[in-house]
Design a binder for this molecule. Structure first.
Ligand code: GLA
Length: 724
């Protein structure tokens, strides 16, 4: 709910309150974000500004009342005294870069307004309240949009900049979120990594100066996810304050925490301003991506549950939002590039016998692609490998009783491809200078309309040529040589953002033409695991690292923001292809169960006993589907537990819960594993599948359970608690 008071605004969700006011100078002063408080007026929240600290700049000369550097602001700019991290930087036609946006107007409305250029949250029932605050700096108009998702305890923000003047201006930065807080020493948690090593959690206490989290890779990247948490040192999984924020954006992003000299901390999040210079012509507008904000007093788990619900209900769209996802078998780790129709059908047959529902042909089916050195861009079936083309293969798979899907990597181009020979200028390159490859490939200039139009046609033909039920959409390298042959020299600072807008356009074209296809995002695993991609693909391949023990950590990091229903997770062969480690088949499946489940190995090589185990695992995946897809997810172990990892799913209706435990290390003289249980109804009775013991939810929630056997390193155990 949004309340407009005489001089300010109060935004309430079920459990949180957000408040700010308009100062006499027209600036917006942030007053409060946190646990819900009952306030009818702003008075109790107002900070006295009768003191100008030291050498700060006085904004209001007459009263000497305000130093913008010492204010908590809803948005800030540089040049009028605030020397902290700015929200906006626009260079005007006279070259000046001082900005000063002040209040002009506001409006409350209902329903989520879609973006023109970007993915964003949506609401089907019109239950979202919308506040627009309009600010002005001469001929520049800035709209701050706030959307209140009451039931998820989420507030989202976006910024729109409109040039109402007669001259072009250049946007150097336009952030999506600013949150100015009292105090310092906040802990900023970021999720960093690299290929096959995504989503490592890092907690940094920011006592002074500026701490940043960013991607400059061209994608949201595995280097630093745009999701960050702000909490206190004492916050745990279940207790303490935690703010979670994420950006619905798949390109270069930037999050910074800036501690000011006057006991205040600023957080901003938005498009990475590095190298950005976006020209805005008279009459044009620029949309900054949507930023998502939630607060919980119930620790990290409370925050994660808000975010999971929000992503499931207000980001993921289409047929596959609620529909049960099929158990898939992917050909990559079984065959790599060595595919022919015969080999694929043999693999598929082995899958069918075991209960696989969707067979996915990975890389190697097009052009002359026998390794990763050629053919990206030539999206024409290699009929030497697949004589019956995609149609023939899909029909054979269909006859086996499975559906069929395939791998694509639309945004890339190989030097050795007909497409590159014909359109060398379609790749990012700087004329007259050497170009640089990553994974032996170049990047297409997706900001070009002709490139997006070409890819739309080509992939419409590919996807329409057979009964294709699933697409794995890959993007396998960071961007370099970002320079567009289609833009003049003074507009090259737009290239990175235009790239991602082009990707979104292409995805929207294909997703809307093929609404029944299940899309799975991928970027060498989790190199583009973000909320922008989830708007087009309800699930994303979380990592090329399929080692179950490494996956424990990668999936742990991912689970802080992203719901389990969005995490692609497969059982692969042992010794594992990435780490060489062997882990029991049961553990591999238990870890993959905390994701969208599949297999990625040559099933023909399994023993009869293992095949029987796999059949059982597939049954279990279906049996627990409601829990893993829509249930409340709890991390049961704190990050410093190096001995074991445990997590739990509680059904929406609280009828049952599934607990999974994986032992990480082995010691002589071992300690028993004691697991806490969470989220059961206090006053209902639940039976434990391990020992048949019946206790009240309250008892399970408080006393937990000691596992009846010692687990060895790499061993897993799972059990249910079912309402009696
Ligand atoms: C990327 C993906 C893999 C596989 C290969 C194919 O690395 O992450 O899963 O699809 O590309 O080349």
């Amino acid at each position: 709910m949004i309340k407009k008071l005489e001089n300010g605004f109060i935004l309430n969700t079920k459990n949180t309150t957000y408040a700010f006011r308009v100062l006499k100078t027209g600036h917006l002063e942030h007053l409060y974000y946190g646990k819900k408080i009952a306030i009818e007026n702003m008075e109790p929240l107002i900070e006295q500004h009768n003191f100008m600290p030291g050498n700060t700049v006085a904004y209001n000369q007459e009263t000497m009342e305000y130093s913008l550097e010492n204010m908590r602001l809803e948005m800030s700019s540089y040049g009028k005294g605030d020397v902290r991290e700015p929200f906006v930087e626009v260079v005007k036609s006279d070259g000046s870069f001082t900005n000063d946006f002040t209040y002009a107007d506001s409006e409350i409305s209902w329903g989520k307004q879609p973006f023109e250029t970007l993915p964003g949250s949506y609401d089907e029932d019109g239950n979202v309240d919308h506040l627009t605050v309009t600010l002005k700096d001469n001929d520049l108009v800035m709209e701050l949009h706030y959307y209140v998702y009451e039931n998820c305890d989420v507030i989202t923000r976006t910024t729109v900049l409109i040039n109402k003047g007669k001259e072009k201006v250049n946007i150097k930065r336009l952030m999506s979120m600013q949150l100015d807080m009292f105090g310092m020493n906040y802990v900023m948690t970021t999720f960093n990594g690299s290929w096959a090593n995504e989503m490592n959690r890092h907690d940094t206490k920011v006592a002074a100066g500026r701490f940043t989290n960013y991607s400059y890779a061209g994608t949201s990247s595995n280097r630093a996810n745009p999701f960050v948490m702000i909490s206190r040192e004492e916050t745990t999984e279940d207790f303490g304050e935690c703010i979670g924020t994420n950006l619905i954006y798949s390109g270069n992003h930037y999050e910074a925490m800036d501690v000011c000299s006057f006991n205040k901390t600023r957080f901003v999040s938005g498009i990475n301003p590095q190298s950005m210079s976006y020209g805005l012509l008279p009459g044009e507008k620029f949309e900054a991506p949507e930023s998502v904000l939630t607060y919980s007093k119930k620790g990290y788990n409370g925050m994660s549950q808000n975010m999971h619900k929000f992503v499931r209900e207000h980001i993921v769209r289409g047929k596959w939002k609620y529909k049960e996802r099929p158990v898939l078998l992917n050909s990559w780790e079984a065959n790599y590039f060595d595919i022919t129709e015969e080999k694929l059908i043999n693999l598929a047959k082995a899958g069918k016998d075991i209960g696989i529902e969707l067979f996915v042909m990975d890389d190697g089916w097009f052009g002359k692609r026998n390794n990763d050195k050629s053919s990206l861009g030539d999206w024409f079936v290699n009929t030497d490998k697949l004589p019956g083309s995609l149609k023939g293969l899909s029909e054979k798979v269909d006859k086996l009783g499975m559906s069929f899907g395939l791998w694509v990597e639309p945004e890339m181009i190989s030097e050795d491809s007909d497409l590159f020979r014909k359109h060398p200028d379609w790749a990012f390159r700087i004329q007259g200078r050497e170009m640089h490859e990553g994974r032996n490939q170049y990047v297409l200039d997706m900001g070009r309309d002709d490139v997006v139009a070409y890819l739309t046609d080509v992939f419409t033909a590919v996807l329409g040529s057979a009964d294709i039920k699933y697409i794995k959409w890959d993007m396998n390298r960071n961007i370099s040589d970002a320079n567009s042959a289609a833009l003049p020299p003074n507009r090259q600072g737009e290239v990175m953002h235009r790239y991602i807008l082009g990707v979104y356009k292409l995805m929207e074209n294909l997703v809307s033409t093929f609404p029944n296809i299940l899309f799975e995002g991928c970027s060498g695993g989790g190199g583009r695991f973000d909320a922008g991609m989830l708007y087009y693909s309800p699930q994303i391949w979380c990592s090329d690292n399929t080692d179950a023990m490494n996956r424990l950590d990668i999936q742990y990091g991912t689970s802080f923001f992203y719901p389990i229903s969005s995490v692609g997770a497969h059982v692969s062969a042992c010794p594992n292809h990435q780490t060489g480690r062997s882990v029991p088949l049961s553990t591999r499946a238990d870890v993959a169960l905390a994701g969208r489940f599949g297999y990625e190995l040559d099933l023909r090589l399994l023993s009869d006993e293992e095949k029987a185990q796999v059949k059982e695992q597939i049954k279990e995946f279906h049996d627990y589907y409601d829990l893993t897809h829509e249930g409340d997810y709890y991390r049961l172990t704190e990050r410093d537990n190096t001995s074991f990892t445990a997590w739990e799913f509680v059904a929406k209706n609280k009828e049952r819960a599934l607990v999974e435990v994986v032992k990480k290390d082995a010691w002589g003289n071992p300690l028993p594993v004691h697991v806490t249980i969470k989220g059961l109804e206090d006053n209902s009775m639940y039976v434990c599948s391990l020992n048949g013991i019946k206790r009240s939810g309250k008892t399970w929630n408080h006393a937990g359970i000691t596992l009846p056997k010692f687990l060895s390193a790499g061993e897993s155990m799972k059990f249910t608690l079912t309402k009696a």
